[in-house]
Design a protein around this ligand. Structure first.
Ligand code: PHE
Length: 453
């Protein structure tokens, strides 16, 4: 029976295990690097509000839908649809998810590589005593280079592959359980330093005072994409992880906790970055380099800055690692289950081919910065196609699949673990999955297209 757990299938050991792994996937560079910079580029407060709305109204229900599909089918992101809807084209959601995994990991590993460089720099005490201008110049010199960013990126991909090849439970679960709470504590400490800087008030106003005149439909799409990206939904990560969740786990509670944890970390990152952005007169719309320029400034002005910076970049690298692992797992679970590849071979094949694509992302800031087909660098294209197109589209289709194809009975059976838990809000979830999420996302797409033409 589909509902029974297969005894040979690797799974998370219990409640804390799945929460740790799913939070590990959700919390990462998306919160600490991407969230502040897209918020900065899209005007601040109004963007934050839209992002929060999307997380609550669409993100969390879609995460639950993904968990339910994965746990029901006990398969990878593509195999799940083949099993639940044999002979139907729904498996194309899985195909899209695998394409998205490739694109996301290709550019994500660029930034993850930067965090390793910054860990290295922090350990060498290279922020202390430097002016804001010097810190910016040193970031520019590093990230527009060739070998250094590439080597860190490759190092990061190798680390990801090593964890993945040792399997889900032993690899993923062990570290996240301890490290995520420590990361939270550290972000708190750094935000306190940031909001107490002279001139911090302007940053708080930027973040919390919505100015809707600054946002167009494109910002709405970016907010939606950021919500999906940050929650790791729309491409099958949570389907894959859902398939490792035991039957005794309460799925709605899990989806709620993961979404709340992810959102708290994103908000705190905003509190950590924006006061300092304004205190140091940095442009909030500075783009992907934002946190790498802002954070060293904070550390250089903080008592104990050396030790905090080392621990911070270490934890940031680990937070990135528990996310890259969850992305590569989508590909590896697919290759090993559907194409019968050995896990090791699948890992090497997946990581190596994504690594090749990743080179283009990394060099987009240096050697290839003037290669901009249709107006974007490779990095920008990978990011745009995955976060703003594939993830929202994937989210629509997953919502439609669960809402209309899988249907209320099966969905309710799965999220209540066969009646073990009482779920009072199945009707509300069904409404969101059948109507609200697909329509809202479609409207954002259409208006963005009209608005930008
Ligand atoms: N949610 C991760 C982060 O915020 C990134 C991610 C996206 C992971 C999509 C898996 C799938 O860093």
């Amino acid at each position: 029976m589909a509902k029974m757990n297969n005894p040979v299938r690797d799974s998370f050991s219990g409640r804390l295990g799945i929460i740790a792994a799913a939070v590990g996937s959700a919390v990462g560079l998306g919160n600490i690097w991407r969230f502040p910079y897209v918020t900065g580029e899209n005007g601040g407060g109004a963007f934050l509000l839209m992002y929060l709305l999307f997380v609550i109204a669409i993100g969390m229900p879609v995460m639950l839908a993904e968990f339910s599909v994965g746990r029901r089918a006990q398969r990878n992101a593509l195999g799940s649809f083949k099993k639940l809807a044999p002979g139907k084209p729904w498996y194309l959601i899985g195909v899209m998810g695998i394409v998205a995994s490739f694109l996301i990991l290709a550019f994500y590993s660029t930034i993850a590589g930067w965090t390793l460089e910054y860990l290295f720099q922090a350990a060498g005490n290279s922020f202390a005593g430097k002016s804001s201008a010097e810190l910016s110049a040193s970031f520019d010199q590093f990230h527009t280079g060739t070998f250094r960013p590439l080597i860190w990126q490759i190092a990061f991909m190798v680390l990801t592959a090593l964890i993945i090849s040792s399997g889900v439970k032993r690899g993923i679960e062990k570290y996240t359980k301890i490290l995520m709470p420590v990361l939270l504590l550290l972000i708190l400490i750094v935000s306190i330093r940031s909001v107490t800087l002279p001139g911090a008030g302007e940053g708080l106003r930027f973040l919390f005072r919505p100015d809707f005149s600054a946002v167009g439909w494109n910002s709405v799409l970016v907010a939606l994409g950021q919500a999906a990206f940050s929650l790791s939904i729309g491409m099958g990560t949570m389907i894959t992880y859902g398939s490792y969740i035991r039957k005794e786990t309460n799925l709605p509670v899990t989806a709620f906790q993961v979404s709340v944890a992810d959102t708290i970390i994103a908000m705190l990152s905003g509190l950590m970055i924006f006061p300092a952005v304004f205190a140091y007169s940095i442009d909030p719309a500075a783009g992907p380099g934002l946190v790498f320029v802002v954070l060293p400034n904070i550390f250089s002005m903080m008592p104990g800055g050396y030790i905090f910076s080392v621990i911070f970049f270490m934890l940031l690298s680990i937070a990135a690692l528990t996310s890259t692992v969850s992305i590569l797992e989508v590909v590896v679970a697919y290759l090993s289950e559907e194409l019968n590849m050995a896990r090791r071979t699948a890992t090497i094949l997946g990581a190596a081919s994504i690594g090749v694509l990743g080179i283009f992302a990394t060099l987009s800031f240096g050697m290839l910065d003037d290669v901009t087909p249709f107006g974007r660098t490779f990095f920008e294209w990978f990011d745009y196609i995955s976060a703003n197109l594939l993830l929202p589209l994937g989210a629509i289709l997953i919502a439609l699949f669960v809402g209309w194809f899988m249907g209320r009975k099966v969905f309710n059976d799965e999220i209540s673990s066969g009646g073990m838990f009482r779920v009072r809000v199945t009707g509300l979830f069904m409404f969101v999955l059948k109507f609200l999420a697909p329509l809202a996302i479609a409207i954002v797409f259409i208006y963005q297209l009209i608005g930008s033409s």
